[in-house]
Write a protein that binds this ligand. Structure first.
Ligand SMILES: [Zn+2]
Length: 424
């Protein structure tokens, strides 16, 4: 086989063996078409900025049966068109008569064309480009760039997500993290389940509660995983998640991680502040001063904390409780930590701060899970990170119309999926 490398000489193109090359051959080669497929016709319309490339197969060609691969004769054909990568600034479209073949064993079957997947109006290369764009910008923006309706790009995205997820192997999953994230305004959530070791999103579903863990279990099994192999699980302290875990992952030890513990304490602290600020107006704009980590305060916030902290305020007392609890995580071993937590709860119970007493009660009720951190080391920071990426994507996209779309974006961001896209 001579090498068909085109070279421009003057006005004409030549093959490497000096035979002149016509434009159909050029496009056949540029598209990477293999016999029996070749470019038969080109139609260029400068006004509509559109290039149409007509592809056809050579007369008498046979095609492999899509089921068994045996060469089969053409039964009939159906004309189809696919959007391809742009030709310079012009949109390019491929049109071909797609044959149906007659296989002795399998009857009449639609032949698969090498440049597109069944049912798509785009070529594989166009889809690869669209997927690249959608990984770095909202779907609507990607749609605008390529000049398509975003609904068509969503369909492409869903196809590749579903296809890639079908291949995910969950057989080695032993440590999981589960958390919910806001889906739309109001009380709509999706639940995310992560593999804490591979740091990837395994499963996302609508809702938040025990039934989401049931759905995750089914999905895990469908991907070769074993629920009984799940030994560690990081959760928030919601009753529904705890119930779901016990029911569906009975060998999973619960860890209530630091993030959720401190979140609870911050909620108690803020409630004390809100009640007290009715009488003490200096507390009105101090919310973040109490809730933020001290290292994140700017100098005026630091000064405010210093002044309010030394005043005779219930909020300042609650704040000191929070700061003390942070030392829990510095304890050298679970035994010391258990002692520390018990003393902290005792101290809070003796205070007059009802919201903090409720926090102490909750921590006491969940002591085993909170202490489990010293063994499992699980922290939901990973989930919180994904949460904030997802929320950022959501606000950039000005929300998603459906749960399915939001979930697809979650997989796109955190699923570490292998899309097996066509390469340029
Ligand atoms: Zn067959």
């Amino acid at each position: 086989m001579p090498e068909h490398r085109p070279q421009a000489v003057g006005r004409d193109l030549f093959l490497s063996d000096d035979r002149p090359m016509d434009t159909n051959t050029l496009f056949t080669m540029a598209l990477g078409l293999q016999a029996p497929w070749e470019v038969k016709n080109l139609h260029f319309d400068g006004e509509t900025r559109r290039l149409d490339i007509e592809i056809d197969f050579t007369r008498g060609a046979t095609f492999p049966c899509p089921v068994c691969g045996v060469p089969s004769k053409v039964h009939d054909t159906e004309e189809k068109t696919w959007r391809h990568l742009d030709f310079f600034q012009h949109s390019a479209h491929l049109t071909a008569r797609v044959p149906r073949c007659t296989c002795g064993a399998h009857g009449v079957k639609q032949v698969q064309v090498p440049w597109a997947r069944p049912g798509s109006g785009f070529t594989l290369l166009f889809e690869a480009l669209a997927m690249m764009l959608m990984q770095s910008m909202p779907v609507a923006s990607a749609a605008k760039i390529v000049g398509e309706y975003d609904g068509r790009l969503w369909r492409v995205l869903h196809h590749y997500i579903d296809e890639a997820r079908a291949k995910v192997d969950m057989s080695k999953v032993t440590r999981i993290g589960v958390d919910e994230t806001a889906a739309k305004r109001g009380h709509n959530y999706i639940t995310l389940a992560m593999d804490m070791d591979l740091r990837r999103l395994l499963f996302a579903t609508e809702g938040k509660g025990a039934e989401t863990l049931k759905a995750f279990k089914a999905d895990l099994i469908a991907h070769g995983g074993k629920p009984e192999n799940v030994e560690e699980a990081s959760l928030d302290m919601s009753k529904a998640f705890i119930k779901g875990l016990r029911e569906h992952f009975p060998n999973g030890h619960l860890t209530f991680d630091r993030f959720h513990v401190m979140k609870l304490v911050n909620e108690g602290l803020d409630q004390v502040r809100r009640e007290e600020s009715k009488d003490r107006s200096e507390l009105k704009k101090s919310r973040y001063v109490w809730l933020k980590n001290r290292s994140n305060l700017n100098s005026s916030q630091e000064a405010m904390l210093h002044d309010l902290g030394s005043a005779n305020l219930l909020t300042a007392e609650a704040y000191r409780m929070k700061v003390t609890l942070q030392d829990f995580y510095e304890q050298p071993n679970p035994r010391a930590a258990r002692q520390f937590l018990s003393e902290w709860c005792e101290m809070v119970r003796e205070s007059a701060l009802e919201p903090m007493q409720k926090v102490a009660k909750a921590l006491q009720d969940h002591t085993e899970g909170i202490l489990r951190w010293f063994t499992s080391g699980l922290a939901n920071g990973l989930l919180e990170g994904i949460n904030s990426l997802l929320q950022a994507a959501k606000s950039k996209a000005r929300g998603y119309r459906t749960y399915r779309n939001l979930i697809a974006i979650a997989y796109l961001i955190a699923g570490k999926l292998d899309f097996n896209l066509a390469t340029f």
